[in-house]
Design a protein around this ligand. Structure first.
Ligand SMILES: N[C@@H](CCC(=O)N[C@@H](CS)C(=O)NCC(=O)O)C(=O)O
Length: 264
């Protein structure tokens, strides 16, 4: 049986659980949650499965596959029915352009927003030695450097305005596209929808949804996906153990974030 290393609120893991559920693939769950600094949660030799030491990782037929977007394409190839990839090459290219936005800045922007609003408070409540061990073991140097800036400056981080703007631009582009088609790529509910929906939930968890309440096509699309049985099973039901913190810290941050969102 396929095995997934993951944890409840990881956006990268949520999209993998969502496609597993949509495809009705049976899987075994192994929780690896280092997000609050608990590097001792990493199984021995985990870096052989994912050199970055992050989730998700899928193990299938003795192969370890990290990186959520690669996993989505892998699962689509390996278990083609039902399919979540359009058929014609032009639409496939469009789908991949949406996916590309995630690796091209959106995931990093999501991390920046998360660290500035919530994680820095979590880390500050932990023992200093635990957090310095966490960072000494972090393999991704860009992530490490960004986190250091975001922890130090919080809502005044020089990285935050751009991260917020990246989301504004993304959500507006999605809304614009969804004006004419039910899904991001025409009539096909595709990997693009599955991969991106998790960020709506993430931003919503910080109580930020008033910022995009005018984007009605985007909101309709989100409602449509989040009411799917597969989404409820794979995302809603897994929940988020930091939910309360996200709400409280998100509300505190709202006026600042909304200034960045609305800046010209
Ligand atoms: N590009 C990677 C990003 C993976 C990633 O950022 N994983 C996060 C959760 S969304 C993680 O493992 N966090 C653990 C930590 O921060 O210690 C992917 O798409 O799989």
């Amino acid at each position: 049986m396929l095995t997934l290393y993951h944890y409840d609120r990881s956006t990268a893991a949520q999209r993998v659980r969502l496609i597993l559920e949509e495809k009705n693939i049976q899987w075994k769950s192994i929780i690896v949650d280092t997000a609050r600094g608990d590097v001792d949660q990493l199984p021995k030799d985990y870096h052989k499965l994912n050199p970055k030491g992050l989730v998700p990782v899928v193990i299938n037929e003795d192969s370890a596959i990290p990186e959520s977007l690669i996993i989505l394409e892998y699962l689509e190839d390996k278990f083609p029915k039902p399919s979540f990839r359009p058929k014609d090459p032009e639409s496939i290219a469009k789908m991949r352009l949406w996916l590309n936005k995630i690796s091209d800045g959106i995931h990093v922007a999501s991390r920046t927003i998360g660290v500035c609003i919530v994680n820095r408070h979590i880390y500050n409540e932990e023992k200093k030695s635990k957090i310095s061990e966490y960072y000494s073991k972090m393999k991704d140097n860009v992530r490490k450097k960004n986190d250091q800036i975001n922890i130090e400056f919080g809502l005044d981080s020089p990285l935050l305005p751009e991260a917020v703007k990246a989301f504004k631009n993304l959500f507006e582009e999605m809304d614009y596209t969804l004006k004419n088609t039910p899904w991001l790529v025409g009539d096909t509910y595709s990997l693009a929808d599955i991969a991106l929906v998790v960020y709506l939930r993430r931003m919503e968890s910080f109580m930020m949804s008033p910022l995009w309440e005018n984007l009605k096509h985007l909101n309709q699309w989100y409602k449509l996906i989040s009411s799917r049985p597969a989404y409820i099973e794979s995302v809603t039901k897994w929940g988020d153990i930091t939910e309360e913190k996200r709400k409280i810290n998100g509300l505190e941050a709202f006026s600042k974030i909304s200034k960045f969102w609305n800046a010209k």
